[in-house]
Design a protein around this ligand. Structure first.
Ligand SMILES: [Zn+2]
Ligand SMILES: [Zn+2]
Ligand SMILES: [Zn+2]
Length: 182
């Protein structure tokens, strides 16, 4: 309950009606910029660290103190993969973590992949020194879709195929180009 004296003061302080705009001079917008669409290429560094972000997000989501915890709890345990110290209190959380981050991991560069098929493709394209040599002579870039036998001259051709035949989003990104070192 607001004391009546205070209420009166609040009433008195209610804002005056807005002044009509001046007849001359059109109102100036508060900002002086023209909106324009910014097209970031699929390899733009801003978009680069999706894997890391996903990992951080999952870690947050899994260890965050959620209010609505009703699941049966097991005593906390750690991920057993060396170098990973994530702690879990549910098997589901652990399973999700394992499938996302440890099931298909490249032993050369530690990137993780959603399927063994993608991991195989990654290893041959990124870590097999014969790949580039062979790719100059024949189509070596396999379609990312399991069961599709198409191969392509370049990853760009594959990307076009993925977008047109398999309806992947055009900004889909599987293979980052190798970073130029130094
Ligand atoms: Zn782990
Ligand atoms: Zn790798
Ligand atoms: Zn295909």
């Amino acid at each position: 309950m607001v004391p009546s004296a205070l209420r009166r003061r609040l009433w008195e302080r209610s804002p005056p009606p807005p002044a009509p705009p001046p007849a001359s001079a059109p109102p100036r917008p508060p900002f002086a910029f023209a909106p324009r669409r910014l097209r970031l290429g699929p390899h733009h560094p801003l978009l680069e660290d999706g894997d890391v972000q996903r990992h951080l997000y999952l870690r947050e989501a899994l260890t965050g103190r959620a209010e609505e915890v009703e699941r049966p709890r097991v005593s906390e345990f750690c991920c057993h993969i060396s170098g990973c110290s994530q702690v879990f209190d549910t098997l589901e959380g652990y399973e999700h973590h394992y499938n996302t981050l440890h099931r298909n991991v490249c032993s050369f560069c530690r990137r993780s992949f959603p399927s063994g098929h993608l991991l195989d493709i990654h290893i041959s394209e990124w870590h097999d020194s014969l790949f580039q040599i062979m790719a100059e002579k024949q189509n070596m870039y396999k379609c990312l879709v399991e069961g599709c036998a198409e191969k392509f001259k370049s990853s760009q051709d594959r990307k076009d195929h993925l977008a047109t035949v398999h309806l992947y989003p055009s900004d889909f990104r599987f293979d980052r180009p190798k970073k130029a070192k130094r």
